[in-house]
Ligand binder design. Structure first.
Ligand SMILES: *Cc1c(COP(=O)(O)O)cnc(C)c1O
Length: 396
């Protein structure tokens, strides 16, 4: 059974399955490609974009949003790739299971990458994305690294846009959080011997999530430098948002949490000397008016927030260097912060290395540069400040 047909069936969740049309009927009536194109438009047009009205459908308590799947958006985007046809145009279908065989490449050999993005309500009363072109480019590079067919960048951006537009009633009111978007690309076709999948799925699901820091208040986090495990090695795939990069960090992260730390800082695999990054965030080290962040050498994830903070800090008069930072240098720094789409900017309260704890901030108090960067970036993201870099992308 083709994925397209199964999704067509999923569009009829209330219909008794035995009443659903057969595959032959379905193909005869509409033709798979046509269904895809019409669905995307039909469902998109059905969304209620009118302010005030648009939140009526989703019955969500906006004041108690966390970072989880409690308020998953009603629809998801799914596109399929085959060697004969390449990518189909994709469609929006009810959020639900993806069908695949136990022999799916992704379940056996892990051909999978993902992205993390946010749509937010802005001060101009519209819903906006932040630099989706950057995620599209990274998704493309990641696909190449994992020998998967890349999604054309315009299709990626349009798919993200349509997913948000179709789920506008899940976008929290300004300041309460965001609609977190999770694009996935995976080898869903079956295979036994090691090789690339014969078919691929590009999917995007979304969920309403809370602001990491309520009211813009940054709570500093305590980090510990990890010395036994490395996150990535030269020549590996650390620079790719590949699913396989993340479960191996759980063993260190969970132990760190047990010991009262928020997360771990990884060192370079070659010399155990230089900072790389945190499990899912990039890291910045401040000394006076100089801000350093480890250079992208293939082992570090090229964060969109990282890049934006570099540009933003330079425009605010900081000397920003993409340069190796030794753990000893970091222990002498004035301030450290981490960056990522989910946290935006997170102030580091302390870092512990070989039993020595260096405190950077007063307890509960975020560092001044972290605060400055957090405000400057979120003001642009929510259109409270001028978008002088043209980073904001309106959904409609
Ligand atoms: C996603 C991610 C980041 C942050 O990237 P953004 O594009 O800023 O969200 C940093 N490090 C790792 C390991 C990541 O997976």
């Amino acid at each position: 059974m083709s994925l397209g047909f199964r999704l067509w069936q999923n569009l009829l969740p209330t219909m008794n399955r035995s009443l659903a049309p057969s595959k032959a009927q379905c193909l005869r009536r509409c033709g798979a490609a046509n269904i895809a194109r019409t669905r995307l438009h039909t469902i998109a047009a059905a969304a209620a974009p009118v302010a005030g009205e648009r939140r009526a459908k989703a019955n969500i308590d906006w004041d108690s949003l966390g970072f989880g799947l409690k308020d998953v958006a009603a629809t998801m985007y799914v596109a399929e790739w085959t060697p004969e046809k390449g990518w189909d145009s994709g469609k929006l279908v009810p959020y639900g299971p993806l069908n695949m065989m136990p022999s799916a490449q992704v379940l056996n050999y892990g051909q999978a990458i993902f992205e993390g993005m946010k749509a937010q309500e802005s001060a101009k009363g519209r819903v906006v994305l932040f630099r989706p072109d950057q995620n599209a480019a990274r998704f493309k590079a990641g696909a190449a690294r994992m020998s998967m067919p890349s999604v054309p960048e315009d299709q990626f951006v349009e798919a993200v846009r349509a997913t948000v537009e179709n789920n506008l009633d899940y976008v929290p009111p300004m300041g309460k959080g965001s609609l977190y978007l999770r694009p996935l690309l995976m080898g869903t076709g079956p295979i036994l011997g090691l090789g690339p999948a014969p078919a691929y799925t590009f999917a995007i699901f979304a969920a309403a999530v809370g602001a990491y820091f309520k009211g813009g208040q940054l709570t500093p986090i305590d980090l510990i430098v990890e010395e036994r495990f490395h996150r990535a090695a030269p020549g590996g795939m650390g620079g790719t948002k590949a699913a396989g990069n993340y479960s191996p960090v759980l063993v260190t992260q969970l132990e760190a949490k047990k010991n009262g730390f928020a997360d771990v800082v990884y060192l370079d695999a070659k010399t155990d000397t230089y900072l790389e990054e945190v499990s899912s965030c990039n890291i910045f080290v401040v000394k006076g008016k100089t801000i350093k962040t480890p250079p992208l050498s293939g082992t570090i994830l090229p964060g969109v927030t990282r890049r934006s903070i570099i540009e933003l800090a330079r425009s605010r008069g900081y000397d920003v260097q993409e340069a190796a930072v030794s753990v000893h240098e970091a222990m002498e720094a004035d301030e450290i912060f981490t960056t990522g789409t989910a946290v935006v900017v997170s102030s580091v309260g302390s870092m512990t290395y070989r039993g020595n704890k260096k405190a950077y901030t007063a307890p509960g108090q975020a560092g001044p540069v972290a605060l400055e960067m957090y405000s400057a970036l979120t003001d642009i993201q929510t259109e409270k400040a001028d978008d002088k870099f043209s980073w904001v992308y309106p959904v409609k």
